[in-house]
Design a protein around this ligand. Structure first.
Ligand SMILES: [Zn+2]
Length: 76
């Protein structure tokens, strides 16, 4: 059930492109709930969780996708 921080980051990216299954999204959210470093990281860079939530809320455009990719690259 537990996933690594690396996996959590990967799932976050995948969920942006709707490539993650609902089960993977649940595992990601659970990870953010119990993992202090990732929740600290997401609090510090609130974009991390915002990006995940945005991906679930609406279909993103190609331009937004590119911008998100760029942001993630900078954060990693
Ligand atoms: Zn973590």
């Amino acid at each position: 059930m537990k996933i690594s921080c690396e996996k959590a980051t990967e799932l976050c990216t995948r969920s942006q492109y709707e490539e993650a299954t609902w089960w993977q999204v649940i595992k990601l959210k659970l990870h953010l709930f119990y993992c202090k470093s990732c929740s600290k990281f997401s609090a510090k860079n609130s974009k991390f969780t915002t990006l995940c939530e945005q991906a679930n809320m609406h279909v993103i455009t190609e331009n937004e996708k590119e911008a998100m990719k760029e942001q993630l690259r900078k954060q990693l």
